[in-house]
Design a protein around this ligand. Structure first.
Ligand code: B3K
Ligand code: ZN
Length: 868
């Protein structure tokens, strides 16, 4: 397998463009006929041939301006169709046939439980017909779908339905027209039988938009929340950005077979059913949150992604970083809670920092790509969102809005670059972001070290900053970048002090660290203060400052910033986890335990934040704090610290737990927070007293009417292997075995079951009728449950955990390369671990690399992780 990398620096504008396409798609499971008429124009003066992209297509006929193209005038490879000796303006008619039933990659046109659907981003349209499959070719689409209306009562595509006719042969033809020119990655087609939830939204200019949500038959009782979220998103984008929806109809279809979360196809979003279907008895609070944010995300793409799109795929963060930032702000506004930020930061620290330190490290705008699908990453998405958030921090909300307005004014209807976005922000604010743009070019996590000095005589307090970004797999040399640090100073009681300094701070006490080292002096400081240096996680960096335990305890109890409170507690706990893992200490100091108890008893901390403050650092987060890790020593240390802390928290957690029980289920923020804190308490109780936890889990499971609490009971029973575990798992299976989406939760628990029987158990579970490797949700739930959450057994001493994963990856390689490439991630981190783990993991990668038909996706990832 040899696949060539594409480079950002090689970008060239297209030789030809297509401004209009008429598609006719005659549905047939194994033999769908796709007829396309393309209006093609040469761009500029050259005599190069027209090279169309196409994969897995059977070419049936080819005409130019109505004339059959002779064989010597065109040439096919397995990925292109080249036509030479053509004029400057031409109409190309192409007929191909494709086999959707055989398409298990879920890219292009495929079948999801009998319904036809498409996924074209990034380069899936080329599996439907020959085309210029690149985002800077924008065309108006007219799509005629022909099929049996009994079997497919709904035949949908982008834009507005303009015709429906019965054909002489009994089939029905439905025609759609999208008035907005778009790149082909935003094309969609869905045909199937669904239940339909309809609603409407009146835009700020008074237009009525018809909203349609299509779900599998029998699922209407799970569609309301998604519809509410959609209406909230539409209202939010009008209020915050003045952006209105532009078509008369907005459709969302939920399907069971889908590689990612959802897809923002113009006017016809296709969603993984996980991000649509929910009611209290089948879905958790976290599921509801996920739906709100993904519905918002896809809706917000209508402007940031669709109206203004990417010039090329290296610019993916232009639409994804920005749209994640928008959906994060939307969720923050909807819930009004500080913990959203904590949860977003936890993703960066546990996953994005790992990517920066691993073989696939890349800047938010990658410079070299083999398989584009491998770059829908936590770096491009979530770090991309952090980069946008930093601009928002530096420019302020109003300045950022001015920049957005200018961006749309300049680029509506265009395919542009990240530079265009930054230029709009700069020009609208007369603000120089040239140095800031390092964030787009440089991979890696900057490390900022801060030392301080207090001078009592002059009452001055000095902070000395230095920054450095370690080399990454893709780049050795790093430059200083522009790091916005939101600062605060606190006295020994945790009260905020005024910041008096001659250096410029932007609104909200934001200091810009731009050079390798810098100094900041505060005047009129009465005593040595405690600094908060990264409030709100104002930059995606690692910050180190030598806090005393007392300072961290003060910050965690009193700081006016929720993130800083959580961060202080995490830093303190991590300090002792590593101490124990390294064998430097045996015990957590009593003052640290007392600090946790004080938090649990503090009535001024809201429940949601308290739940986070009482959580230990995650294994993934800890893995990113060190270079080489003895995983079993780390896991043992975590267990030790839990056992040492639990007895002290037991009593408060027991009484808190009973106070937190709610007689009635409700989905408001306060009730969600109560359930979340009650789960934290239950887990401390389980650590301290298994018998008590066993009773509590059993009775919570039996008495509760909602999935959040039932799953909390099950999760704790599973994690501590309580006596009630097996009967609760059986009851759950009995109740939900016909519901794949709900069974995903059960599969995930089976995957992360921390038990010596886990390998035998995996075999039993894989044989269950509801487990299908071809369904990404099922595969992910079990496989990632094991490989990314069951640390003890994934890293089993004899290497059997790695071999199990390796086997699944080999099976998935031919079924669904995208999913295989995602699930292999834990193995690619092999360099993190000490021997023998690292050696065993590497051996599995080598074995996979030898596979005869290794996909391009795995080839890139495994290759890089072996080389690096
Ligand atoms: N844009 C899509 C992702 C497409 C994934 C292609 N492998 C979903 C989103 O980010 O909204
Ligand atoms: Zn997106």
């Amino acid at each position: 397998m040899t696949a060539k990398a594409k480079l950002l620096s090689d970008y060239q504008a297209p030789d030809f463009t297509i401004d209009q396409i008429e598609l006719t798609i005659e549905l047939d499971a194994e033999n769908t006929k796709v007829t396309s008429t393309l209006r093609v124009q040469r761009q500029g003066k050259h005599d190069r041939p027209l090279i169309l992209d196409g994969e897995q297509l059977q070419l049936q006929s080819l005409h130019i301006d109505g004339q059959a193209v002779p064989q010597q005038q065109y040439h096919q490879t397995d990925s292109t169709l080249t036509i030479s000796d053509i004029g400057d303006e031409l109409t190309v008619d192409i007929v191909v046939t494709i086999n959707p039933a055989a398409n298990t990659s879920l890219e292009g046109l495929y079948l999801s439980d009998g319904a036809f659907c498409t996924q074209c981003e990034a380069e899936g349209f080329r599996k439907i017909t020959y085309y210029l499959d690149r985002p800077d070719v924008l065309a108006r689409f007219t799509t005629k779908i022909i099929g049996d209306v009994e079997q497919f009562p709904f035949m949908l595509s982008n834009g507005n339905q303009i015709a429906k006719q019965q054909l002489a042969d009994g089939r029905t033809a439905v025609t759609w027209q999208d008035p907005f020119p778009k790149p082909c990655y935003l094309f969609a087609l869905v045909a199937g039988d669904f239940d339909l939830l309809e609603d409407s939204f009146t835009t700020m200019s008074g237009r009525d938009v018809c909203l349609q949500l299509f779900v599998d038959k029998g699922n209407l009782d799970r569609a309301d929340y998604a519809m509410e979220s959609l209406k909230n998103s539409m209202a939010w984008d009008e209020k915050v950005y003045g952006l209105e929806y532009d078509l008369d109809i907005y459709m969302v279809v939920a399907v069971d077979f889908f590689n990612m979360g959802a897809m923002e196809n113009k006017g016809l979003n296709v969603f993984n059913s996980k991000y649509v279907l929910a009611n209290p008895s089948s879905a958790t609070d976290q599921d509801f949150n996920g739906i709100e944010s993904v519905i918002g995300h896809e809706y917000f793409h209508n402007w940031t992604g669709n109206r203004v799109t990417c010039r090329d795929w290296f610019q993916l963060s232009l639409k994804e970083g920005l749209t994640v930032f928008r959906d994060q702000c939307f969720s923050e506004d909807m819930t009004g809670s500080a913990v959203n930020r904590i949860d977003d930061v936890a993703i960066i620290r546990s996953h994005q920092f790992a990517e920066d330190a691993g073989p696939m490290a890349h800047p938010i705008r990658p410079q070299s790509v083999i398989e584009m699908n491998n770059f829908y990453t936590v770096t491009v998405y979530n770090k991309g969102a952090e980069v946008i958030r930093m601009m928002h921090t530096l420019l302020g909300a109003d300045g950022f809005r001015r920049g957005m307005d200018l961006y749309f004014e300049r680029h509506d209807g265009q395919a542009v670059t990240c530079d265009d976005f930054v230029a709009a922000m700069e020009d609208a604010n007369s603000f120089d972001l040239s140095h800031f743009k390092t964030w787009y070019q440089q991979a890696g996590t900057p490390e900022v070290t801060v030392t301080d000095h207090y001078d009592a005589d002059s009452q001055t307090y000095t902070l000395e900053f230095s920054q450095q970004t370690p080399a990454t797999a893709d780049q050795a040399d790093k430059k200083a970048t522009h790091v916005p640090l939101r600062l605060g100073l606190y006295d020994s009681d945790g009260a905020a002090l005024p910041l008096n300094t001659d250096s410029p701070l932007t609104d909200g006490n934001v200091y810009s660290l731009i050079t390798d080292t810098d100094t900041l002096v505060f005047n009129g400081v009465a005593s040595h203060p405690t600094p908060a240096l990264l409030k709100g996680f104002s930059a995606p960096i690692k910050l180190s400052y030598d806090y005393s335990d007392e300072q961290l305890l003060t910050l965690s109890q009193h700081c006016d910033d929720g993130f800083t409170r959580w961060d202080a507690m995490q830093t303190l706990l991590a300090r002792y986890i590593w101490g124990i893992a390294d064998g430097v200490i045996n015990e957590v100091p009593t003052q640290v335990i007392a600090g946790l108890v004080a938090i649990s008893q503090n009535q001024h901390i809201d429940d949601a934040l308290k739940a986070r403050l009482l959580q230990l650092p995650t294994v993934n987060g800890l893995l990113n704090q060190r270079e080489q890790i003895d995983i079993h020593a780390l896991l043992d240390a975590l267990e030790t610290i839990r056992q040492q802390v639990a007895p002290a928290l037991h009593q408060t957690c027991t009484s808190l737990y009973s106070e937190l029980q709610q007689s009635q289920y409700s989905l408001d923020a306060a009730s969600i927070a109560k359930r979340s804190l009650s789960a934290s308490c239950l887990s401390w109780i389980a650590e301290a007293n298994g018998q008590q936890a066993d009773q509590l889990c059993q009775s919570l499971y039996d008495s509760s009417d909602n999935m959040t609490e039932q799953l909390n009971a099950l999760t704790i029973a599973n994690r501590f292997d309580l006596p009630c575990r097996s009967s609760l798992m059986d009851q759950f299976e009995q109740r939900w075995q016909d519901d794949g989406l709900v069974m995903d939760k059960w599969l995930n628990l089976q995957g992360c079951w921390n038990s010596e029987q886990c390998f035998d158990n995996l075999k039993t579970v894989e044989a269950k009728p509801f487990f299908k490797l071809t369904n990404p949700n099922r595969a992910r739930s079990l496989i990632a449950g094991f490989a990314a959450m069951n640390y003890r057994y994934f890293h089993a001493e004899d290497g059997s955990g790695y071999q199990w994963l390796s086997q699944k990856i080999q099976n998935l390689n031919s079924i669904n390369p995208q999913i295989a490439a995602r699930l292999i991630n834990p193995l690619t981190q092999w360099r993190k671990f000490t021997a023998p783990q690292s050696i065993q993991m590497k051996a599995c990668l080598e074995q996979i690399y030898q596979l005869k038909d290794l996909s391009k996706d795995l080839h890139e990832i495994v290759g890089k992780s072996l080389e690096y």
